[in-house]
Design a protein around this ligand. Structure first.
Ligand code: ATP
Ligand code: MG
Length: 406
């Protein structure tokens, strides 16, 4: 990718209204652009990051046997009335009428749509379990959309839904997804905690949130400094500095955090409301056990920026960096190096512009690609290597560079 052709150029100043780190840095570095409050275009670099996050999610969910689909975003009112959410979720939903006065909602989630799909095809216990997921836009009439891409009114979510014949099978899968989510967030590079949270009006069960520790977060969580115990502020009865109610040995820590994922054990509540029944081995009709599991892909990108940056810009974790290498030429053409790196299968942003060294290095720091390679008269036939998160530079031959990158 040639930087001279990359859209758009970086900006010296953050937008005036930007309050959060992700808003300032992702806009300045050219990863995203705001249409209006809570509504963003993913620009080429931002789209690459979100695609990498999505691929990690996809790989780990496929391991659980889930299958990828794509469900519609325009939903008829009738389906939402079946569970009562047309009224109960009124404040979060965007609703509209077409020219014939038929009412619709724009998707803010897909539980009802998934169950409607299932009941048209579901027959017997032999068809179960079923787990489907998709990546799609969600529309939510969020009151405050001030945290950059962390809280959009339109955002990208991966949502997975599963149905099961028995409670036992359901909980087995729920635990499997919990593990898959832990692998996903570990691979992305997050320091995260799993916290228990309130299920809301639709389940008596506790739900589980995946929370990235960050001062830029809107949530507050409590967790143990020794074991895996953690609770969201809403359900937590413990106090900061108190003893862990689980292991009794650790102390309770309080922290701001960003919720990047949430899993919900719904039991048979939704399936009974929507009449999603299967026939068991004795021919009896029973409601399916149902779970729903979400990850905010675009919020995850914002969360990375909140926790991995310095005063110069973003510091991408290698697994989700838009490109692996930022190649910079200073007064000496680096095209042959670029070609060889590409040939070796390495993703390169090549700064081929005729601007000052200072400008190039400042942009490289702002954009935050993990490895910076510089070719100049000073480096001779060697290439200067610098990691984004370090001050040190080293000189290598091209073949050494390729080997290190692989
Ligand atoms: P929050 O408590 O932050 O409002 P939520 O609990 O309503 O989120 P869920 O319905 O659990 O969110 O959605 C699943 C995931 O989608 C969340 O864990 C989060 O990563 C993401 N998400 C939710 N709302 C937004 C939003 N407004 N903008 C961006 N991502 C979001
Ligand atoms: Mg949630």
């Amino acid at each position: 990718m040639l930087q001279s052709k990359l859209f758009p150029k970086t900006k010296k100043e953050a937008p005036k209204e930007a309050e959060s780190i992700n808003h300032k840095l992702l806009v300045r570095a050219g990863f995203m652009d705001q249409l209006m409050a809570g509504s963003w275009t993913l620009l080429p670099l931002g789209f690459k990051v979100v695609s990498k996050i999505n691929n990690i999610i996809r790989e780990e969910l496929n391991k659980t046997g889930a299958q990828e689909v794509l469900m519609p975003l325009l939903h008829p009112k009738e389906i939402w009335n079946e569970t009562g959410r047309w009224d109960k979720a009124d404040e979060i939903m965007y609703k509209l009428k077409d020219s014939r006065n038929k009412e619709f909602a724009l998707s803010f989630t897909h539980e009802e749509i998934f169950l409607d799909l299932i009941r048209k095809h579901l027959l017997s216990y032999k068809d179960l379990p079923i787990a489907l997921y998709h990546f799609s836009t969600k529309f939510r009439n969020e009151l405050r959309a001030r945290s950059g891409i962390l809280r959009g009114r339109e955002f990208l979510m991966k949502d997975l839904y599963s149905i099961h014949a028995t409670e036992k099978d359901f909980w087995m899968y729920y635990k499997e997804v919990k593990k898959a989510y832990s692998r996903i967030f570990t691979r992305i590079g997050f320091k995260f905690r799993i916290t228990e949270a309130e299920g809301g009006v639709f389940t008596e069960n506790k739900t589980h949130e995946f929370q990235v520790i960050s001062d830029g977060g809107e949530d507050t969580i409590f967790y143990c400094d020794k074991c895996s115990w953690g609770e969201n502020e809403e359900v937590c009865k413990g106090k900061e500095g108190g003893n862990c109610p689980s292991c009794k040995k650790g102390k309770i820590v309080k922290s701001k955090s960003i919720e990047v994922g949430n899993i919900f054990p719904f039991g048979t509540y939704y399936s009974e409301k929507m009449g999603v029944y299967y026939t068991d081995s004795k021919g009896k009709k029973k409601p399916v056990w149902f779970g729903s599991y979400g990850i905010g892909s675009t919020r995850a990108m914002g969360a990375i920026v909140e926790v991995s940056n310095d005063d110069k810009g973003i510091i991408w974790y290698p697994q989700v960096a838009p490109l692996a290498v930022h190649l910079i030429e200073l007064g000496k053409n680096a095209n042959s190096v670029y070609e060889k790196l590409i040939k070796a299968g390495i993703e390169v942003l090549y700064d081929d512009r005729s601007v000052s060294a200072g400008e190039k290095f400042a942009d490289a720091d702002l954009i935050g690609i993990p490895v910076r390679l510089t070719v100049s008269a000073k480096t001779g036939d060697k290439i200067e290597w610098k990691n984004r998160d370090s001050q040190e530079t080293e000189l290598f031959s091209l073949s050494q560079v390729v080997n290190r990158l692989k």
